[in-house]
Design a protein around this ligand. Structure first.
Ligand SMILES: C[S@@+](CC[C@H](N)C(=O)[O-])C[C@H]1O[C@@H](n2cnc3c(N)ncnc32)[C@H](O)[C@@H]1O
Length: 234
């Protein structure tokens, strides 16, 4: 039996990314050949991931969406070995970079899916299977006509509400002011499955465990203000 129709990719033409794969370095090519079988997950749309099987234990699982080059995700996984970490990213060189970092750090608690995160959430994750989801510096899509490409929408919120277990966390960060406001409005809206840990309408203190990311560094260089949003699943 395949995916429910609402998650059928052919019916969802607006994606949050445009795939420009860029060139892989020789090391990243090697990573795909040698490390993907160890740290990559060949997820098939329409099937549920067996997270306990993937990690070999039943520890809580944190998912990072759009990890970029993965350096900050690897750092978080290394700092928190009691948790399982899963990254989902579409950009090949970024995935290759993270595979190399997993090997370099010898991480046993981090695995990678190379796919559209929206499809993964809609079709691949059992309800309540995640303890945490993090979305750091998602593409801001600044032009008004592109706003529909922003990943954090009402529909996405419903997907998050389904996969994050009660009491679990959704943590977002952005350096793009108008997107931060949109995130807050969506997450704080009446009927939202999440409660704002900072109080309604407020941004959170930056959690100490969140490392500086590559895109954050760029935003800071440009003088942008960074905002964190930390919400708890009801
Ligand atoms: C602006 S970058 C931020 C990367 C990283 N989080 C950071 O802060 O450095 C956004 C990333 O999200 C990825 N992305 C966008 N939409 C995605 C989706 N639907 N599924 C998986 N990855 C996605 C892009 O490929 C890109 O690497």
């Amino acid at each position: 039996m395949n995916a429910p129709s609402q998650a059928d990719p052919s019916r969802r033409p607006v994606r949050s990314f445009v795939l420009r794969q860029g060139r892989m370095t020789a090391a990243q090519e090697r990573a795909f050949a040698e490390l993907w079988p160890r740290y990559g997950i060949d997820w098939q749309p329409g099937t549920h991931l067996d997270l306990a099987g993937v990690f070999g234990n039943r520890r809580p699982v944190a998912l990072e969406i759009g990890f970029g080059n993965g350096d900050s995700l690897a750092e978080m996984a290394a700092a928190d070995p009691e948790r399982n970490w899963l990254g989902v990213e579409v950009h090949g060189p970024g995935v290759g970079h993270l595979l190399l970092e997993i090997e370099r750090r010898g991480l046993a608690n981090l695995r990678v899916v190379r796919h559209d995160a929206v499809e993964l959430l809609a079709q691949g994750i059992t309800p309540g299977a995640l303890e945490r989801v993090q979305l750091f510096f998602p593409d801001p899509w600044p032009k008004t006509r592109h706003h529909k490409r922003r990943i954090l929408s009402g529909a996405f919120l419903n997907l998050l509400g389904r996969v994050i277990r009660p009491g679990g966390t959704f943590h977002a960060a952005t350096d793009w002011g108008p997107y931060a406001e949109q995130m807050l409005a969506v997450l704080d809206a009446t009927g939202s499955p999440f409660i704002n840990t900072a109080g309604p309408g407020r941004y959170a203190e930056r959690p100490a465990e969140r490392p500086l990311t590559r895109f954050e560094r760029r935003g800071v260089r440009l003088g942008h203000q960074v905002r964190d949003l930390v919400f708890r699943r009801r």
